[in-house]
Ligand binder design. Structure first.
Ligand code: SF4
Length: 399
C-alpha cells in the first residue's frame, strides 16, 4: 500500500459486521486510508452528493488497488464524474418498478412472485445500481406498518408463491428484524420459497454469522441470491460465508451484471464463473446493465455480451454458464437468437414473454470492438421502448 496510511484492518473488530457497518468509508479522509483518490474521484464525491450516496465497507475497500484507477473493485464503488454526464438513454426507473408496486416497495410484476424491497440500506452503493432511485434514500426506508402492509398484500394474494426479499440489502437488518419479516411470510400457507437477494456475502462476508444461518435454517426453503462481479471478490472470507450458508441448507446462486471495463472480457468472466463453482455457488444470471441515468460508462453493447456467452460455451461445464438476460418492463428476456430479432440502429429488438416486442436502447459504444454482429432490421410497428428524454438523474441539455 504505497503511501497509504495504516488501514483499519489492524483492529481486532475487523470481522464484526456491525463494526464494519459503523466504520464504512464515506469521507475523503477515510477513503485515503485505502487508495490515492484521483482528482476526478474527489470531484465526483462532491458532485454526486444528494444524487447517489456512497459508502464502502472497510472490508471491500481493502480489496481496492491503491493506485490503479481501472481496479474493478474501485470502479464499482468510488464515485466518478462520468455519473454526472447527461445520459441520453438513461432513466430513473427503466423497469417501471414503481408502476408495478401495489403497495410501497413491493414489486408485483410476475403473477407468482414479488420483489419485496424491505430496506433502502446497502453496505456499499454500487455506482451502476438498478435501484439508484431508492437505495440510500431516507424516504424509502420501511417502517413496521409499511412492512406489515406489504406482508398483508402477499397474504391476500394466493397466487404469490415466491417472495424475494431485496432492497437495498435485507441482510443489513439484524437477526431480530429479519426474523420478524421471515416468520410472518413463512406463516402464509401459499408462500413456498423465500429468497434473499443480498450482496453482503461479497461486500461484507462477516455478516453471514452462525446466528444468522441458524435463524434462516428454521424457515426453509430459504435461498440466497448474491452478486459477485469479478474474480477479485472471490476471497477466503467470502468463501467462508458461502460455506456457512450452504451448511445451513441454504442454496446460493449468483447474478452478475455485465460491466464495461470490469468483467466484459472472456478471461475475466471465465475466471469468475470457475471461482464461483469452486465455492459451490451456481451462476444463474448474467444481466445486461440497465439504463439507469448516469451509468452509461458501465454499459456494453448487447453484441459484446453475446460474444462472451458464445466464447464460454465449451470452455465451462453447463451449470457454470449463466443465462444472459435483460430485464424489461415486460419481464426478463433471455438474450439469445430465439428472442432477439436484430439491431435497428441504436436499438436491439426482441420478443418479450408477455407478448409485446421490446426495443432496448443500446447504441454501439465508440471504441468497443466485438466480433458478434446482429442482423440489421427495420423497427417493427408497435414495438415498445423507453422514451428517450424520460426522467433521469442529471438533466439532459436543452436542444
Ligand atoms: S448492493 Fe445491490 S441494491 Fe445495493 S447498491 Fe449494490 S446493486 Fe444496488
Amino acid at each position: 500500500m504505497n503511501g497509504i496510511q495504516t488501514p483499519d484492518w489492524q483492529t481486532p473488530d475487523w470481522q464484526k459486521w456491525t463494526w464494519q457497518m459503523r466504520h464504512r468509508v464515506h469521507s475523503l479522509e477515510s477513503l485515503q486510508q485505502y487508495i490515492n483518490p484521483t482528482a476526478d474521484e474527489m470531484a465526483a464525491i462532491e458532485a454526486t452528493q444528494g444524487i447517489f450516496r456512497w459508502n464502502i465497507t472497510p472490508y471491500y475497500a481493502s480489496l481496492m488497488d491503491a493506485d490503479d484507477t481501472t481496479c474493478p473493485i474501485r470502479r464499482q464503488v468510488v464515485p466518478q464524474m462520468s455519473e454526472m454526464q447527461p445520459d441520453i438513454v438513461g432513466v430513473v426507473d427503466p423497469l417501471e418498478e414503481v408502476a408495478h408496486s401495489p403497495v410501497k416497495n413491493l414489486i408485483h410484476n410476475y403473477t407468482d412472485r414479488v420483489a419485496f424491497c424491505v430496506t433502502a440500506e446497502c453496505a456499499i452503493y454500487c455506482r451502476y445500481c438498478l435501484r439508484k432511485r431508492m437505495v440510500g434514500d431516507a424516504e424509502q426506508f420501511m417502517n413496521k406498518a409499511e412492512l406489515q402492509e406489504a406482508i398483508d398484500y402477499i397474504a391476500a394474494h394466493p397466487e404469490i408463491k415466491d417472495v424475494l426479499l431485496t432492497g437495498g440489502d435485507p441482510l443489513t437488518f439484524n437477526e431480530k428484524n429479519l426474523e420478524w419479516i421471515i416468520s410472518r411470510l413463512r406463516a402464509i400457507p401459499h408462500v413456498g420459497v423465500i429468497r434473499l437477494g443480498s450482496r453482503l456475502p461479497v461486500t461484507l462476508p462477516y455478516r453471514v454469522t452462525d446466528a444468522l444461518c441458524e435463524m434462516l435454517s428454521r424457515y426453509h426453503p430459504i435461498w440466497v441470491n448474491t452478486h459477485f462481479n469479478h474474480p477479485k471478490e472471490l476471497t477466503q472470507p467470502a468463501a467462508d460465508a458461502i460455506d456457512r450458508l450452504l451448511r445451513a441448507g441454504v442454496p446460493v446462486g449468483n447474478q452478475t451484471v455485465l460491466l464495461r471495463g470490469i468483467n466484459d472480457n472472456v478471461q475475466v468472466m471465465q475466471a469468475l464463473l470457475e471461482g464461483l463453482v469452486k465455492m459451490r455457488v451456481r451462476p444463474y444470471y448474467l444481466y445486461q446493465a440497465q439504463l439507469i441515468g448516469g451509468t452509461a460508462s458501465f454499459r456494453t453493447s448487447i453484441e459484446k455480451g453475446l460474444e462472451i456467452m458464445q466464447a464460454l460455451q465449451g470452455r465451462l461445464t453447463g451449470f457454470a454458464i449463466p443465462k444472459y438476460v435483460l430485464d424489461t418492463p415486460y419481464g426478463k428476456v433471455p438474450l439469445d437468437r430465439s428472442y432477439i430479432l436484430g439491431r435497428s440502429g441504436d436499438h436491439v429488438v426482441m420478443r418479450s414473454y408477455q407478448g409485446p416486442l421490446w426495443a432496448e436502447p443500446n447504441p454501439l459504444s465508440a471504441g468497443e470492438s466485438t466480433t458478434y454482429a446482429l442482423p440489421e432490421i427495420e423497427m417493427p410497428e408497435g414495438t415498445k421502448t423507453i422514451p428517450t428524454g424520460a426522467a433521469t438523474f442529471v438533466p439532459l441539455p436543452v436542444v
